[in-house]
Design a protein around this ligand. Structure first.
Ligand SMILES: [Zn+2]
Length: 285
């Protein structure tokens, strides 16, 4: 399937045929759901093994990756500290979805966790292997590799800056949920739509009859792995809960201001196994 095969009137959050094109960004359109007010772009990556093959790692791609690499290290440490406050990482079976260069996996390994990582970009996987000796998986979380061999396997799943990038966030989280043990925890963060720059841009777009979109284009991107949806806190909390997780931490409860107000951070715990779930995997890993 490519983007043209998907009916964007079908809301990617509530699944109702209730979304309408609302903001024209030139190369794409932001759809808004009349039922749940979800905002998402008329763009899908439709990843497959063919489309994610980006050729060999070379000097140009290495330099590009390295030029952006250090930007995230304090953030990665903050995320690690946050996770460590919630659970003991020693022997913790962990899946890091959207693992990038494997740096978070390295930090988790350093705490005694047993970590697997998923990264769709073949260049990033190649770099992670070359630089950090981290072997990341290309299979996405909904792939049979995970959904048959790792059901109720993980104690911890992390999706740092991932859910805004995937084609179908609800399906991604439902797939991740199946891989969590009862009592297992899921952590994620993502940009928030409830920031002044977004709201101001919406107002200006309306007042200018669509002539000025201001910062809206900076929230989304049509390039591969670009941002395809921007959540509100309530929408993301609702989605997490509807997947079967109880919210343990949310940005709303972040009274100590551990995180930037531009982001939504959520931690959820899988409470009860649902009858529809299959039995734990008996495959040995
Ligand atoms: Zn909706």
């Amino acid at each position: 399937m490519d983007s043209s095969a998907y009916n964007f009137k079908r809301c990617k959050l509530c699944r109702e045929i209730a979304a309408e094109p609302a903001y024209d960004l030139g190369d794409s359109t932001i759809y808004v759901c009349r039922n749940c007010d979800f905002h998402f772009l008329s763009q899908l990556d439709c990843l497959s093994e063919k489309t994610t093959e980006e050729g060999q790692l070379n000097e140009t791609s290495r330099r590009y990756i390295e030029s952006r690499m250090d930007e995230n290290s304090p953030l990665l440490q903050n995320r690690l500290n946050f996770v460590k406050r919630q659970l003991d990482l020693s022997q913790c079976k962990t899946l890091d979805i959207g693992a990038g260069l494997g740096q978070f996996q390295l930090l988790l390994n350093g705490c005694g966790a047993k970590v697997k990582g998923i990264e769709p970009s073949s260049l990033r996987r190649a770099y992670a292997l070359e630089k950090f000796a981290v072997n990341l998986h290309s299979e996405l979380v909904d792939h049979d590799y995970w959904q048959t061999g790792f059901v109720q396997y993980f104690d911890l799943i992390t999706l740092w800056d991932v859910i805004e990038h995937v084609d179908f966030p609800r399906e991604t989280l439902e797939s991740a949920f199946k891989l969590l043990k009862p009592g297992g925890m899921l952590f994620l963060d993502t940009p928030s739509r409830e920031v002044l720059s977004y709201q101001l841009s919406q107002q200006l777009y309306r007042f200018s009859a669509g002539k000025i979109s201001l910062f809206l284009p900076s929230f989304y991107s049509t390039v591969r792995y670009g941002h395809k949806q921007i959540f509100t806190q309530q929408q993301l909390s609702g989605l997490i809960e509807s997947c079967g997780l109880g919210i343990v931490f949310s940005t709303d409860s972040d009274t100590n201001k551990l995180f930037s107000s531009h982001k939504i951070i959520l931690a959820g715990r899988k409470t009860e196994p649902t009858p529809a779930e299959t039995k734990p995997s008996t495959v040995r890993h």
